[in-house]
Design a protein around this ligand. Structure first.
Ligand code: HDE
Length: 691
């Protein structure tokens, strides 16, 4: 990782100075009247240092405060050329990008693996200016109209009296709101599914959510929905992992993204579009394309790939890049335009407004990470943090004094293609506060999504609702949400009601049946394993050749091997131990290869985290209790376990069945191959189904 103390900075080998460049001899002592003080006001260096420190923080984002960023490249396939004149979508055109992933509800210092929607915002530095695709990892949103955004956000944020709970939806105000404002039910269903706890930012789909409009070179238009498809497939944590991770490694997603890039396992996504005719109705198969609480199943409108994004460089400075990046759904380029989706329209106002407070004024697009790579010749002037030294005397249009410049795009003298607002016919309308009737269906897609999941995934949804509602103190809120679940699916409602100890209500309305969409399920497909983590359990007596083979094979297959042993130090092959039994925890590993069965160390340092208290199952007396805990957790989490050489006997000692889906025996030479075969499906799903 780049954060090692040895890594260089531009200041290496240089002399310390004040901000004005004056060389300094001492930054450890303030200027005092004698060694015992008092401190003198005239110490400019002291005052500059403290004043700057006092102002180091800027307001965090009101939502999406916690995030991780990465640089990369987008390459167009040219397949969208017929639909859009956007230059960056043309065949083979390479465009630099910066992506910021985020959670929504938590503060900047909250944990990565909470149950929440994730942001997936991409800045394309195109030759025609910046295009921002500011999406989420869930294709539907909580609300249909942006005027409700403060309401939904206030409901999910910590209670205003004590600022508790942080980064959680499992509390009364959130469920109060979503059970009253039932258009939020579809989005909530996605968040309660495994999608709400991604394994990694690298294994998330991304969605533009709204319907956008593509414009071709002749002004022809089509409606589209944007999708990011991860090369590694969609993969999530299970709840136990998410909870453990919040404590063991709250930076889990940040670390995973940075470590993958650092190791050369560059995360990749294909950008795809679903295409719909741009007609007056703006409907597709009974789905209103302007309703952002609805998605269009891929089975009805296939996602057509139009380009590929690879993230290949970590930020150099978190604040300068990831914190100061400013996205805006209105940052559009010729060839892409917005629609009248009322959620999108309000966003067009909000994102510039919020930067005025967050980044301290109107010149945030001059911050390096926000600077377009295209020529900027605006007539915006002055303001806080103005970095440009504008020349000329006529920042107005029309002018004759600066040669009439800058020219209008498309006019004589300008080579640039203009952004054209699509001339859209607005039907004769009455000014009113009202939604179309097609927005009234709040349940059919929540039901369709739930019924499209695999049995194990449905079980997770049941558990998630039971957990979240179980944390609500108000019985009225719990009962009201159960009513919403009754309208979605009677079995789901019954399972959650059972957990809550409340009666399961019957549906109180007719809900339209929709065909299931198997594409939303994570069960059943197989994916590449790049950058996945394999823990190798060995001890100081383990055979050097076996360790060498497994580590080399892991690298060859693009996996990240971590050697786990009872204590630190060096193993027989000379490799340093990466994790001791004290510092290792199941959440870090996607698969475990067990090469040795270390016995409990007689003189083990007493464990501070209570791991040593794990009871030994019958037959497990000879095993280190921390290894038993590791195996039990990895087993419960339905991860691959490969038993090799002496490791073969370990399952029984940990009280686990040796014959089980996702548990295999292999020689060291074939251990990684066996793990790769199991890892492709992300989990031993059958093992989860058995419980
Ligand atoms: Fe955002 N949203 N949002 N949002 N949003 C912000 O902008 C807002 C919505 C999304 O990594 C804020 O610069 C309103 C939908 C992402 O910097 C703010 C409404 C979707 C990010 C804001 C929405 C998103 C934001 C906070 C309803 C998915 C993080 C800081 C009309 C399609 C971007 C900022 C980053 C951030 C407002 C709805 C995604 C306050 C008013 C729908 C990924 O402007």
């Amino acid at each position: 990782m780049t954060t090692t103390p040895e890594s260089g900075t531009k200041q290496q080998g240089k002399t310390l100075t004040t901000s004005q460049g004056a060389p300094l001899r001492d930054t450890n002592h303030s200027l005092k009247a004698g060694p015992r003080g008092p401190v003198l006001l005239q110490d400019h260096h002291l005052r500059e240092k403290i004043t700057h420190f006092d102002h180091e923080r800027i307001p965090e984002r009101v939502v999406h405060a916690r995030g991780a960023g990465a640089h990369g490249t987008f390459v167009g396939y040219g397949t969208a050329e017929k639909l859009s004149c956007a230059a960056f979508l043309a065949d083979g055109v390479e465009t630099p990008v910066f992506v910021r992933f985020s959670t929504v509800a938590g503060s900047r210092g909250s944990a990565d693996t909470v149950r929440d929607t994730r942001g997936f915002a991409t800045k394309f530095y195109t030759s025609d200016g910046v295009f921002d695709l500011v999406g989420n990892n869930i294709p539907v949103f909580f609300i249909q109209d942006g005027i409700k955004f403060p309401d939904v956000v206030h409901s999910v944020k910590p209670h205003p009296d004590l600022e508790i709970p942080q980064a959680q939806s499992a509390h009364d105000t959130f469920w109060d709101f979503v059970s009253l404002h039932t258009e939020a039910q579809a989005h909530t269903m996605w968040v309660m599914s495994d999608r709400g706890i991604p394994r990694s930012y690298r294994t998330m789909e991304g969605f533009g959510v709204h319907t956008f409009r593509l414009v071709d070179a002749d002004g022809g238009t089509s409606l589209v929905k944007f999708h990011w498809k991860p090369k590694l497939g969609v993969h999530s944590l299970i709840w136990e992992e998410a909870l453990l991770t919040n404590g063991v490694d709250p930076d889990f997603h940040r670390r995973d993204l940075a470590a993958a890039i650092e190791s050369g396992a560059f995360p990749e996504w294909e950008l795809g579009i679903q295409v719909f005719p741009d007609n007056e109705e703006q409907m597709f198969e009974g789905i209103d394309l302007l309703d952002p609480t609805k998605f269009v199943p891929e089975e009805l409108a296939p996602v057509q790939p139009i380009g590929k994004m690879v993230l290949n460089r970590n930020p150099t400075n978190y604040f300068a890049e990831t914190e100061q990046v400013a996205f805006h759904p209105g940052h559009l380029v010729p060839g892409i335009d917005v629609t009248n989706d009322a959620l999108l329209q309000v966003r067009l106002f909000s994102y510039i407004d919020t930067q005025l407070t967050r980044l301290g004024g109107p010149n945030f697009s001059q911050i390096p990470i926000n600077r377009p790579h295209a020529d900027v010749n605006d007539m915006l002037r002055d303001g806080f943090h103005q970095d440009d030294v504008h020349e000329g005397i006529a920042p107005y249009h029309p002018n004759s004094l600066d040669g009439g410049c800058p020219f209008m795009a498309g006019a004589e003298g300008s080579a640039r293609m203009p952004f054209i607002d699509v001339p859209e016919h607005i039907a004769e309308a009455v000014k009113e506060r009202r939604n179309p009737a097609t927005f009234d269906d709040h349940y059919s897609q929540a039901r369709m999504f739930y019924r499209s999941l695999g049995a194990q995934e449905r079980l997770h949804v049941q558990q998630a609702y039971s957990f979240e509602l179980g944390k609500c103190a108000s019985e009225a809120v719990r009962a009201r949400q159960l009513q919403a679940l009754a309208n979605i699916d009677a079995d789901l409602c019954a399972a959650v009601a059972l957990g809550l100890g409340l009666p399961a209500p019957s549906a109180d309305r007719e809900v339209q049946e929709r065909e299931p969409s198997p594409a939303v399920s994570q069960v059943g497909a197989s994916w590449p394993v790049d950058g996945r983590v394999v823990g190798i359990v060995a001890d100081h007596a383990s055979d050097a050749a076996a360790i060498e083979t497994v580590v080399a094979e892991a690298h060859r297959n693009g996996l990240k091997p971590l050697l786990v042993a009872p204590t630190g130090g060096t193993l027989a092959d000379g490799s340093p131990v990466d994790r001791t039994f004290l510092t290792a925890r199941s959440i870090e590993f996607d698969a475990l290869v067990v090469l040795a069965v270390p016995a409990p160390a007689a003189d083990a340092v007493p464990d501070l985290d209570g791991k040593a208290g794990t009871p030994s199952p019958p037959g497990g007396e000879g095993l280190d209790p921390r290894l038993i805990l590791l195996l039990q957790e990895v087993y419960r989490q339905a991860k691959a376990i490969v038993l090799s050489g002496p490791g073969g006997s370990v399952m029984a000692g940990a009280g686990l069945p040796a014959e089980s889906p996702g548990v295999v025996a292999a020689e060291p030479a074939g251990a990684v191959e066996a793990a790769v075969g199991l890892l492709g499906t992300h989990r031993a799903w059958e093992r989860l189904a058995r419980r």
